[in-house]
Every structure is written in C-alpha cells, then in structure tokens.
Design a protein around this ligand. Structure first.
Ligand SMILES: Nc1ncnc2c1ncn2[C@@H]1O[C@H](COP(=O)(O)OP(=O)(O)OP(=O)(O)O)[C@@H](O)[C@H]1O
Ligand SMILES: [Mg+2]
Length: 153
C-alpha cells in the first residue's frame, strides 16, 4: 500500500503546491489516479504535478472533449480525464492502456473508471471538499523518503 499522507488545502494555490511536491517525487513509469467529486480540484492538482515536469499550468486544461492530453516533457507526461467514459469497452477504445506505464508519467482524473487496470505501484489521490475552499487531500502509495525530503517550493 505504501505511505499515506492526508493534508488540508485551503486554496487552489495550496492544492497546486501539493501537486508540485507530489510531482517532484515521480519518475518514468509512475501512474497517479485522482478521484473526488465534480469541481473538487483534480485538474488544479494536475497543474501542480505537471509543473514539476516543466509544463506550464495554463497548458493543463479541462476541455470536455479531451480524454488524453500528451506533453512532450521528459519523461512524457499524460493528463487523462475519464469523466465521460461510459464503460469498459469505451475505456479500452480510448487508448489509455497505451499511455499508462513504462516510459511515461500518467495522471488520471476520475481514475475509478480504470483503477482495476492500474499497476500495483500506482499512487492514489482522493480530494474531498470540506467547505468553500477547504479540501482534504489523501495521497496513498508515495515514496515516504522522497516526500519527506522535499521542500515545498
Ligand atoms: N483548496 C482548493 N483546491 C482546489 N480547488 C479549489 C480549492 N478551493 C476552491 N477551489 C476551486 O474549485 C474548483 C476546482 O476545479 P477543478 O477543475 O480543479 O476541479 P476538478 O475536480 O478537476 O473538476 P472536474 O470534476 O470537473 O474535473 C476551481 O474553481 C477552484 O478555484
Ligand atoms: Mg477536472
């Protein structure tokens, strides 16, 4: 299961910072699954994670028609959003299984749609709204040493 951290974010900026810190612990082959209700801050967190790979946050969007966005960072970064996936056939047709894995870093919103197929070392993030701007963020499966050795920006 790995190390588990539970944090409170009080603003979108804090959620981005948590994402950035998480991003700094990642390496090629890592998969991060994000879950949480509509509008809780999944995409906001992806902006932070992507920042750790030199990707500008304005390039991370939640366009309704984009299921997979690929960024030419090193390693390649995939932002996947499964909100509109109807079922397993749909999921298989998206090509997500070609993205997730060995040479890339994949971050998946609405990961619950695909989690069964994730590698065992996948990191799970759950975001829960606790008020207008407060969010409880649980991160499960990160490398304890990497996480604790990192300074937030
Ligand atoms: N602490 C916080 N962390 C993240 N977002 C916050 C926070 N407080 C308020 N917000 C607001 O919540 C919204 C989060 O939107 P975002 O698109 O990141 O959510 P999402 O979970 O990706 O939504 P969707 O389910 O549509 O994909 C933004 O409008 C943001 O400003
Ligand atoms: Mg989103």
């Amino acid at each position: 299961m790995g190390y588990l951290v539970r944090l409170i974010s009080r603003s979108p900026e804090e959620t981005e910072d948590i994402g950035f810190r998480l991003g700094k612990t990642l390496k090629a082959g890592d998969v991060i699954g994000l879950n949480g209700e509509l509008g809780t801050g999944k995409t906001t967190m992806v902006k932070g994670i992507a920042g750790a790979f030199g990707i500008a946050k304005r390039d991370i969007t939640s366009a309704s028609f984009t299921i997979i966005a690929e960024y030419e960072s090193d390693p390649t970064f995939y932002h996947i959003d499964l909100y509109r996936i109807g079922g397993d056939d749909d999921l298989d047709a998206t090509g997500v299984w070609d993205c997730i894995g060995s040479d890339s870093v994949s971050v998946v919103e609405w990961a619950g749609m695909a989690e069964e197929g994730f590698p065992e070392h996948a990191i799970k993030v759950m975001i829960k709204a606790k008020g207008d701007d407060d969010r409880e963020i649980t991160i499960e499966g990160i490398n304890e040493e990497d996480w604790n050795n990192l300074q937030i920006r």
